[in-house]
Design a protein around this ligand. Sequence first.
Ligand code: G3I
Length: 362
Amino acid sequence: MLQNQNRRWIGSCAVALATLAGCGGGNPMITSPTTLRAAAQRHGLVVGTAADSGHFSEAQFTSVLSTEYSDLTPENQMKFGPIHPRPDTDPNPYDFAGPDALVAFGVAHKMKVRGHTLVWHSQLSTWVTGGGFDATQLSTILRSHIATVVGRYAGKIFAWDVVNEAFNDDGSIRSTIWYDSPGIGFSGMGTRTIEQSLNWAHLADPKAKLFYNDYGAETQNSKSDAIYAMASDFKGRGVPLGGVGFQFHVDLGFNNTGTLDSVKANFARFAALGLDIHVTELDIRLSDFSAGSLAAQADLYSKLIALCRTQPAVKLVQTWGFTDKYSWIPYFFSGMGWALPFDADYGKKPAYTAMFNALTAP
Ligand code: G3I
């Protein structure tokens, strides 16, 4: 609790200094925050969003992104398929233009940049999935991929989702090309593939915070138990795991005391390991955009932000996009949408106001 109070005090000082007001002196010039990023900064929190640089030609998109958020992550552009579309034998195996533009935007607007993601079973290049490679070849491919991508952005990307969604809901390891089909050499050996990936990423940028990221692990359940066991093992053996990302793709059914209490207890056990916690992909999908649904959505956004504020290990809260105009939800959940804090015309929804109020509440 004391640590939390200190963090808040330091955050307040930073905001006050930034506004040329003194800290703790009762200076009447201290300004109230008017954006999510300024409000979050008061609590030492970073508030971010996924974005892809393909939308940077849209003035409203870049204006909201740079004004409201202090962090961004590529929604798709750094995944294996988009960033490494051609084999290493090709003279030009990587496509860095989009990711470079995203990182440059972040640097230009004093935003943190999260990397997403290096080892995932989805959005892979067909030259990898269809290449017929054996474990030794796949290991070489993955090692080189991680070294190249992490190395390129060393010093600019502060945290990486090194491994994404490697567990099944029952806590077993998902069968993937990297794990056991055929894998990179650790098939059937539990979390060794994840450990190896973290070690390779650490070699490429020793200063980056390295994360394991997953969905459906927000509460205490079989999947989060398995991630916790892995994290505990890694921390005990010095494997360079710096934090765990909890995605939070949820619906209104998430809004009940039992669920939120379980999130709190789950966060507490990961925090006790000395890990950072990032809320990495928050969105709250709706089946309609009635005033009642938007209000219920706002209430859940508010409760989740308030919950994050009670846990000092939560350093960052990121939504998966910020405008309903570009949310992934309607394409993956038929009939659903309206999941983000800004509507499709960049208007602030009740969800935005709820987030802002939860960040500015004493
Ligand atoms: O870029 C092509 C475009 O050229 C083509 O015309 C179009 C036709 O469908 O597809 C475009 O690619 C799509 C890509 O998003 C970019 O919009 C892919 O089909 C589509 O599958 C892809 O979906 C992404 C999804 O990951 C892939 O699994 C979503 O945008 C992205 O939001 C989503 O993000 C994931 C996180 O990385 C991990 N956690 C879950 C989260 C939601 O699924």
